[in-house]
Design a protein around this ligand. Structure first.
Ligand code: SF4
Length: 419
């Protein structure tokens, strides 16, 4: 069967060289050709057409492709599927457009163990080592939507050999919890013995202590999922580490790395943003002193030397109650509350010197304070799914979406989607 995979992710969403593993897994499994949703191809030569939907909003790019190629449901002979990518939930988001939906990278192919092949591109490789996540944070569709499976270590080692023999030594060991891999030490030892440069920089704080002894071999920027600076909220959503553990983790990371990036979620139930602001002060103080050496010169004057500048960054996303998770029924983000939070957050970040600029706006560095209200409402409507969405998915944005959605586009979609 001749197959085509249509990638719905806008090209400009990806950094150069990034590998879309979900798409690659399906491509390899089907032996498929790949094209971008913006391309026009001779679809007559294919028996099966699949779409890779990495993020829910990109489902809006299926309709324009189908229309352009005369593949609308009802009058087509081919099978059209969504296969690969996490962007399609279980609520029939695109059931009005396609014949069948797989949830997540043809998951049935790896029921007990992960057996996916490594992917090498532009001097970098991705070796998937796990699927699912044992941390089970209560907001996370990734861990609740699928079972936890690992790739056997012996297979990982063989794949490292294969990639290295192909001339590639930069490897990302794809996993949601890299240090939580059962034979983590053995894996890292083997990779380093093979002189591999490990690209993983994302860690779960609870598993991070296993990585302390290897930190010097990891990227200079380490990213940690914190979610909330309010300890009770954090623990309630499944991130079971205290403020003290978090502080020590950041200190240990900055001892070796030069930058730490903290992921936060605005709008988790019961959060207390006063605690967030106290943490901003605390982290600014840490950055000020962590690598500072103080002394007195020959004339008795005090001086200080900053031996290593460090950077602390924050990425604040909006809480998205996800289908199938314990928090699926939790309230959506309240944007009046978010506006109040943002003025305090902006003042705190600027006042402490953690952000340089006059005001932290939505446009700062690629949406680091989350989507604006209309865009968020649009995403949540798409995630809610249902066949009644078909018309909006086909007609609201006839040219699809790229990285950015205007207010008028979002309003048009919401109007057609029955909001
Ligand atoms: S650690 Fe990350 S991937 Fe795992 S359950 Fe929590 S949020 Fe999801």
């Amino acid at each position: 069967m001749k197959s085509l995979i249509v990638d719905t992710v806008p090209r400009d969403c990806r950094k150069a060289g990034a590998i879309n593993l979900g798409r690659e897994i399906v491509r390899e499994r089907w032996g498929a050709d790949v094209c971008q949703w913006t391309e026009t191809v001779d679809v007559a030569q294919y028996d099966r057409i699949g779409f890779n939907v990495y993020y829910a909003t990109h489902a809006l790019n299926i309709g324009p492709f189908l229309r352009r190629h005369g593949l609308e449901k009802g009058d087509r002979a081919k099978r059209v599927l969504v296969a690969g990518g996490q962007g399609v939930g279980r609520r029939g988001l695109v059931s009005g457009l396609v014949d069948e939906v797989f949830v997540g990278e043809l998951d049935t192919e790896c029921e007990r163990q992960i057996l996916s092949r490594p992917v090498v591109r532009s001097g970098r490789a991705v070796i998937e080592i796990s699927r699912g996540c044992k941390q089970r944070c209560s907001f996370c569709e990734y861990s609740w939507g699928r079972r936890l499976r690992y790739k056997p270590l012996e297979l990982v080692k063989r794949q490292i050999d294969e990639v290295v023999e192909a001339g590639c030594r930069k490897i990302n060991f794809m996993s949601t919890d890299f240090a939580g891999y059962p034979q983590f030490d053995e894996l890292v030892e083997y990779a380093l013995w093979k002189r591999v440069s490990i690209l993983n920089g994302d860690f779960c704080v609870v598993s991070l202590p296993r990585a302390f002894r290897w930190l010097q071999y990891f990227p200079r920027q380490i990213r940690l999922g914190v979610e909330s600076f309010h300890e009770p909220t954090r623990i309630a959503v499944g991130k079971r580490f205290s403020d003290d553990v978090l502080y020590e983790s950041i200190e240990r990371v900055l001892d070796v790395a030069s930058s730490v990036h903290l992921y936060l979620i605005f709008g988790l139930p019961g959060d207390d943003y006063g605690a967030w602001f106290r943490w901003v002060e605390r982290l600014a103080g840490m950055r000020e002193t962590i690598h500072t050496w103080r002394g007195v010169d020959l004339f008795g004057a005090a001086f200080k030397v900053n031996r290593k500048p460090v950077r602390i960054e924050f990425n604040v996303t909006n809480f998205e109650p996800c289908d199938g998770t314990p928090l699926e029924g939790a309230p959506l983000v309240d944007f009046a509350e978010k506006e109040r939070f943002l003025s305090g957050w902006s003042a705190a970040m600027i006042g402490t010197g953690l952000f340089c600029g006059e005001r932290m706006g939505y446009a700062n560095s690629g949406g680091r304070i989350g989507r604006k209200e209309l865009s968020y409402r649009m995403l949540m409507r798409i995630k809610r799914g249902g066949p009644e969405l078909t018309k909006a998915l086909l007609d609201a944005l006839p040219y699809g979406v790229r990285t950015w959605i205007s207010d008028s586009e979002a309003l048009r979609f919401l109007g057609m989607a029955g909001e």
